[in-house]
Design a protein around this ligand. Structure first.
Ligand SMILES: Nc1nc2c(ncn2[C@@H]2O[C@H](COP(=O)(O)OP(=O)(O)O)[C@@H](O)[C@H]2O)c(=O)[nH]1
Ligand SMILES: [Mg+2]
Length: 311
């Protein structure tokens, strides 16, 4: 039996499925309406993003819709991201006056950080209101966890709620009964995450989201996607050495060849051979993409603060 990873859900009802939806305008309209109606009840929005893609995995629409709310930005899956890059990203968001945390949702101390941030922001939300009310008034901070598919919303809700099951659904059009989960004595968390669609507007966002598994890899041509991933690995000294080590490649193996040839080499190393000794590049691509996505090559961030797309 395959070893269960520590994040894997044991089937108690949580939706951690990798099945992403294809977003059509109708889905987006529904998502906007859902979020709008829920926001009326909310003090604090926690936007969950993927630490490997801090820009492409967030949806700026939430900023717009939740203008008058307190907001927390969570860069989840920090265990898969490059620590140096994550530090820079936190600084980047802090410079924009955002409360930003990097977390690994399997770590209780990181879940506690999210709860502490909720309390800080809750106090801010009620600062002026409470002064005008009686001294004994203790507000309840109402929280929505929002984000694009697969960033870890359900996992975080369940960890905050200290339970395994949150009846959640990623399917647009499915009406889910909303329930509040009481956390400590003054936080209520909506058990249904606010679902946002991935933004595909910025440079190569679709490609990057496919590389991290936030959108289906199958919607792109798999070998082409793997080549993009390989090119990314080669573009950075540190990632290059992780890549060479993982696939037992020497500099001279890969010096003068293009990414498709490198993919073939990876396939050869992994025994992805077809009759006649040809490399099954599709199989090689799947292996490489899975290993990249699951952090098995190393801790890799696909979007850098220093890149040209970042303003
Ligand atoms: N490595 C890692 N995986 C995580 C983390 N948080 C969640 N996951 C995994 O990411 C996948 C998507 O999580 P899920 O909670 O279903 O995301 P949702 O679609 O946003 O609700 C699941 O396989 C989780 O086990 C994390 O901090 N680190
Ligand atoms: Mg979910």
């Amino acid at each position: 039996m395959a070893k269960r990873n520590k994040y894997e859900n044991k089937g108690e009802g949580i939706d951690t499925s990798k099945s992403n939806i294809n977003w059509y305008p109708g889905h987006m309209v529904k998502a906007i309406n859902d979020i709008k109606s829920v926001l009326k009840l909310i003090d604090i929005v926690v936007q969950v993003c993927d630490a490997r893609l801090p820009l492409s995995s967030c949806n700026p629409l939430i900023e717009e819709l939740a203008q008058d709310k307190q907001k927390i930005m969570v860069l989840n899956k920090k265990d898969l991201a490059d620590d140096e890059e994550t530090k820079k990203w936190i600084k980047y968001f802090e410079a924009k006056d955002m409360l930003c945390l990097a977390v690994d949702s399997s770590q209780p101390q990181d879940i506690k950080k999210i709860i502490d941030a909720i309390i800080t922001k809750g106090k801010d939300a009620y600062k002026t209101k409470v002064e005008s009310l009686s001294v004994d008034f203790r507000p309840i901070y109402r929280v929505l966890i929002a984000g694009i598919p697969n960033v870890g919303k359900s996992t975080i809700i369940n960890k905050i709620a200290k339970r395994n099951a949150a009846e959640t659904s990623n399917k647009p059009g499915v009406t889910v009964r909303k329930q509040w989960i009481r956390v400590q004595d003054n936080i209520e968390l909506l058990d249904t995450p606010g679902l946002l669609w991935p933004r595909l507007d910025n440079n190569n966002a679709g490609e990057k989201l496919a590389l991290t598994g936030n959108i289906k890899q199958e919607i792109l041509e798999i070998e082409g996607l793997a080549c993009k991933g390989i090119e990314y690995m080669l573009s950075n000294e540190r990632y290059l050495s992780m890549f060479k080590e993982k696939y037992k490649l020497e500099d001279e193996d890969i010096e003068y060849i293009d990414s498709y040839d490198i993919l073939e080499l990876v396939g050869r190393k992994r025994g992805c051979l077809m009759s006649g000794g040809h490399v099954d590049t599709e199989k090689a691509a799947k292996i490489f993409l899975d290993e990249l996505k699951d952090g098995k090559i190393g801790k890799i961030t696909l979007e850098s603060v220093e890149s040209e797309d970042v303003k």
